[in-house]
Design a protein around this ligand. Structure first.
Ligand code: FMN
Length: 163
């Protein structure tokens, strides 16, 4: 069901009042429309299905000793199962004031138990990584009902590694 459009005619009518009232009236109308939209959006969000598949069992006792080995086998399973963009991950960094930020990156490889990704040094994430050397990465393989979270130290492998 489409979400209702903003009643622009109402906004126009209300803003054709005295100058000093214009901004306030428009802001109020937009705000109440926004709240109505948000209520409907919330209803729609809560009606959406999640985990609409049989979730795989996880036997922690049978997991490999090192978590990266489990990650490798799950990544291979995700690629083999045809998961879309199985190498897309959310990489989170933190700035000097401990404000976190996240964005999507592509996993380029695994080497000696480390995840390899490419980033510009001058980007926000590049600057934050240089300053803190810490990051967290998250993968979600919807079709397999699996997610993985990794945290750790970041090493700059130089320009040649990115090629
Ligand atoms: C599917 C996808 C893959 C991406 N892969 C990379 C990547 O491998 N490296 C990268 O620097 N940015 C990648 N981006 C762009 C980042 O998400 C981000 O917008 C950009 O790097 C700037 O982030 P920053 O300002 O936090 O540094 C990708 C975006 C998407 C949607």
């Amino acid at each position: 069901m489409p979400l209702p459009k903003l009643p622009t005619d109402t906004i126009k009518r209300e803003t054709e009042t005295e100058d000093s009232m214009d901004t306030q009236a428009e802001a109020t109308i937009r705000n109440s429309d926004g709240e109505q939209l948000d209520d409907e959006l919330q209803e729609r969000l809560r009606s959406l299905r999640v985990f609409d598949c049989e979730l795989p069992a996880f036997d922690i006792g049978g997991a490999p000793e090192h978590p990266i080995e489990l990650f490798r086998s799950w990544l291979i399973e995700a690629i083999t199962a045809g998961v879309r963009e199985p190498h897309a991950m959310t990489l989170s960094t933190v700035d000097a004031d401990r404000r976190p930020s996240s964005r999507v990156l592509i996993l380029k490889g695994l080497s000696s138990g480390a995840l390899q990704f490419a980033s510009s040094r001058t980007s926000r994430k590049g600057r934050e990584l240089s300053a803190t050397l810490q990051a967290a990465a998250g993968f979600y393989w919807r079709e397999l009902g699996r997610q993985v979270r990794l945290t750790g130290q970041v090493l700059d492998r130089g320009r040649d590694a990115a090629a």
